[in-house]
Design a protein around this ligand. Structure first.
Ligand SMILES: Cc1cc2nc3c(=O)[nH]c(=O)nc-3n(C[C@H](O)[C@H](O)[C@H](O)COP(=O)(O)O)c2cc1C
Length: 143
C-alpha cells in the first residue's frame, strides 16, 4: 500500500479546493492511502512516512509562498525530500506564476522528484482546471 499526503495552505479556499480535487483523482488508483493535511497541523513526519507528496500553496506576498506557516514548513522538510515523488500546486491572482517556478527550482535543488510541472490555477478551479487537478492526483498516485 502506497501512502500519499496532500499538505497545503489556503487562505480563501481556492488551493484547498485544488487539494480536494487532487485527492479525488488519486482515490481512483488502487492500493493507495491518501489524505489531505492542513499545513498548520502537518509535521516533518507526515513527509518522512509517505511515498508520494503533493504540496499546495497560493502565490502570496510578492510571488512567494505564504510566510507564516508554509514557508517555515518547507524549510523544515527540505532535508527530507531527496528521492520523493512530489507534485506542486496552487492558486494565484494577478501574477505570471513566478512563485511556482521558484518553488519547482527549490524542490529540484533539494533532490525532490517532481512528477510534473507545478499546477497553477487562476482563482478557484473550474472547467478544465478541475480535470487538471484530478489528473495531477492520478498521475502522482500512479507514479
Ligand atoms: C496577501 C496576498 C498576497 C498575494 N500575492 C499574490 C502575488 O504575488 N501574485 C499573485 O498572482 N497572486 C497573489 N495573491 C492572490 C492569491 O494568490 C489568490 O487570491 C489565490 O487564489 C488565493 O488562494 P487561496 O484561496 O488558496 O488562499 C495574493 C493574495 C493575498 C491575499
Amino acid at each position: 500500500m502506497k501512502k500519499l499526503n496532500i499538505i497545503y495552505w489556503s487562505g480563501t479556499g481556492n488551493t484547498e479546493k485544488m487539494a480536494e480535487l487532487i485527492l479525488e483523482g488519486a482515490k481512483g488508483v488502487d492500493n493507495l492511502e491518501a489524505q489531505m493535511i492542513d499545513v498548520s497541523s502537518a509535521s516533518k513526519k507526515d513527509v518522512e512516512e509517505c511515498d508520494l507528496i503533493a504540496l499546495g500553496c497560493p502565490s502570496m506576498g510578492d510571488e512567494v509562498l505564504e510566510e507564516g506557516e508554509m514557508e517555515p514548513f518547507m524549510e523544515s522538510i527540505e532535508g527530507s525530500l531527496s528521492g520523493k515523488k512530489i507534485a506542486l500546486f496552487g492558486s494565484y491572482g494577478w501574477g505570471d506564476g513566478k512563485w511556482m517556478r521558484d518553488w519547482e527550482e527549490r524542490m529540484n535543488n533539494c533532490g525532490g522528484d517532481l512528477v510534473d510541472d507545478g499546477l497553477i490555477v487562476n482563482g478557484e478551479p473550474s472547467g478544465d482546471a478541475v480535470d487538471q487537478c484530478k489528473g495531477l492526483g492520478k498521475l502522482l498516485a500512479e507514479s
